[in-house]
Design a protein around this ligand. Structure first.
Ligand SMILES: C[S@@+](CC[C@H](N)C(=O)[O-])C[C@H]1O[C@@H](n2cnc3c(N)ncnc32)[C@H](O)[C@@H]1O
Length: 249
């Protein structure tokens, strides 16, 4: 799906829910709904989520901490692209951090993107983000090989751009494994993500049990990477790998 820049908010649909009462909430989401104020502290201000988005949204304290930890690596480094924007958990925190000159948020599911835009409006950052409906891999490929095919507002300079990727964690259930084999992650495994993002600086938001050795293999010789466990209430919510710029093509 070709990346399309949105100049207006997508309309909310019947799939963009705001549940006020436990009796309305599908049973498999109820445990997340109980944590709703940890997910979005302004939940009561009509935060919207699709039923699928509840499983993947980054809780606000974690999103805030990542946004604090991730800074442009130089004065020239100015653009952040969230390639899996979801319902907006991370991208809203990046926008609130006010560290980036330009933030681009890409999401392929129109209902989820409508929620993200609506939630960004609740947090007062709707207009500080360039919203793109489409496939991130197509965006990244065009950005590298045929930038002029992209709308001018989303052309990026790979040397001054950081990509943030919080992909779906499907595939073999990572909770069943002491060490999660990132080659089995679906629909995009580690190699797929790395191929798409490098040589740009990129940040991967991964299951907490991810195999660090697989990440280390991707790092250029002599480079350091930070791999951080982000915890809440005594448990890790995710492992985040801060991948440096790579000189390989
Ligand atoms: C784990 S969620 C992201 C959650 C997000 N960080 C948040 O806090 O709300 C992953 C999202 O990636 C979207 N997605 C999956 N493949 C995509 C692709 N190729 N291009 C753009 N979005 C994609 C899914 O629709 C889903 O909303």
């Amino acid at each position: 799906m070709a990346p399309t820049v949105l100049h207006e908010k997508l309309p909310l649909t019947d799939n963009c829910h705001h549940y006020d009462d436990i009796n309305e909430v599908p049973w498999d989401i109820q445990k997340y709904w109980h944590q709703r104020y940890n997910i979005f502290q302004f939940y009561d201000y009509d935060i919207r989520l699709t039923d699928d988005a509840w499983f993947g949204v980054t809780p606000e304290p974690v999103a805030e901490k990542i946004a604090k930890d991730l800074s442009p690596s130089s004065n020239k480094h100015d653009t952040l692209v969230d390639i899996f924007a979801g319902a907006g958990g991370n991208v809203i925190a990046f926008a609130l951090s006010e560290k980036w000159t330009r933030i681009i948020a890409i999401e392929k599911n129109a209902d989820t993107l409508a929620c993200a835009q609506h939630n960004a409006e609740v947090y007062g950052v709707l207009d500080t983000i360039t919203w793109v409906h489409g496939d991130s891999f197509e965006f990244l490929s065009q950005a590298k090989t045929n930038p002029s095919s992209l709308d001018e507002s989303i052309r990026i300079n790979p040397a001054t751009t950081t990509v943030f990727a919080s992909p779906p964690w499907g595939g073999v259930n990572y909770k069943d494994h002491e060490i999660f084999d990132l080659s089995t992650m679906e629909p995009y495994n580690l190699e797929h993500l790395y191929e798409a993002c490098h040589p740009m600086e990129h940040v991967l938001f991964l299951p907490r049990t991810s195999d660090v050795r697989q990440i280390a293999k991707l790092v250029p010789d002599g480079a350091n990477i930070d791999v951080v466990q982000y915890c809440m209430e005594g448990a890790s919510k995710a492992m985040v790998a801060y991948m440096p710029v790579s000189s390989q093509n």
